[in-house]
Design a binder for this molecule. Structure first.
Ligand SMILES: [Zn+2]
Length: 262
């Protein structure tokens, strides 16, 4: 439960007018913002104010944090929770921002783990969400994907979808849903779509969902979330059932907004 002081602090934060420079930043750096209705934009602004204030932000690898960085990331993260019951991603304390792609720190194998292959391939990544830890983002990718209306992917949506998924304790591709009926529908639909993706990838067929979604259920949900917000119209065509369950979960209909482009 939120204590009295935190509640008061939040009330005070949202009493402040939303700085016009911040709004200019969002308009510039987040394609989706212009598609939102006035009421949605107002609500998103309040979420951003609290989210920005409550998270601990760190610039890494020599990156100096600016309002532009914080606002751009906050706006995209908060889009996911715009219509969800939420507590401002309370499982995210810290956001680490690197100038560009980073190598993962090497993980030591656990005591009982037999190492058959390298635990983490040494690949540069543009983001990562740790279960009991921070979200890490590469600023250049974040900016690039946020700005471009043709961007098919979005690392902020991806990593924060992982955090939504982790809220019930498990990173298993199923976030907290409303009731049993929604769970039943979710499991049935997502399992089918996930298996379809795996089969298509194995057979070398072209897929709408990014192949990375075939890694496991958690990646499937994160990739599906990215494409739900970035390419909603295409998702309705290529994976209508997946679009439907995501629309029910997020309580948002991004495809309906695409006509609202400013
Ligand atoms: Zn991921």
């Amino acid at each position: 439960m939120l204590d009295w002081f935190s509640k008061q602090r939040r009330l005070k934060i949202v009493e402040e007018p939303f700085p016009s420079e911040w709004e200019a930043i969002i308009r510039r750096n987040m394609v989706h913002y212009s598609m939102l209705g006035d009421d949605e934009q107002m609500r998103l602004q309040r979420l951003i104010q609290i989210f920005m204030a409550e998270k601990s932000w760190e610039g890494c690898g020599g990156l100096e944090l600016t309002d532009e960085i914080r606002v751009t990331i906050s706006a995209q993260a908060c889009l996911l929770i715009l219509n969800l019951p939420h507590n401002y991603f309370d499982n995210v304390e810290t956001i680490l921002v690197y100038p560009s792609e980073m190598m993962l720190p090497e993980r030591k194998p656990g005591f009982f783990e037999t190492v058959l292959e390298p635990l983490q391939p040494e690949l540069p990544i543009s983001g990562q969400a740790f279960r009991q830890g921070p979200v890490i983002l590469a600023w250049d990718t974040t900016l690039d994907q946020g700005r471009h209306s043709k961007a098919e992917f979005n690392v902020v949506y991806h990593e924060f979808a992982h955090k939504l998924d982790m809220q019930d304790g498990a990173a298993d591709g199923t976030p907290r849903l409303r009731d049993r009926e929604e769970y039943r529908d979710w499991v049935k639909t997502c399992s089918r779509e996930y298996l379809r993706l795996i089969q298509d990838v194995e057979k070398g067929r072209q897929t709408f969902l990014d192949e990375y979604g075939a890694t496991d259920e958690a990646e499937f949900f994160a990739v599906a979330t990215e494409q739900f917000f970035c390419q909603p119209v295409q998702m309705i065509k290529s994976a209508p059932e997946l679009y439907r369950v995501l629309k029910t979960f997020y309580r948002q209909d991004p495809a309906a907004r695409t006509g609202n482009k400013a």
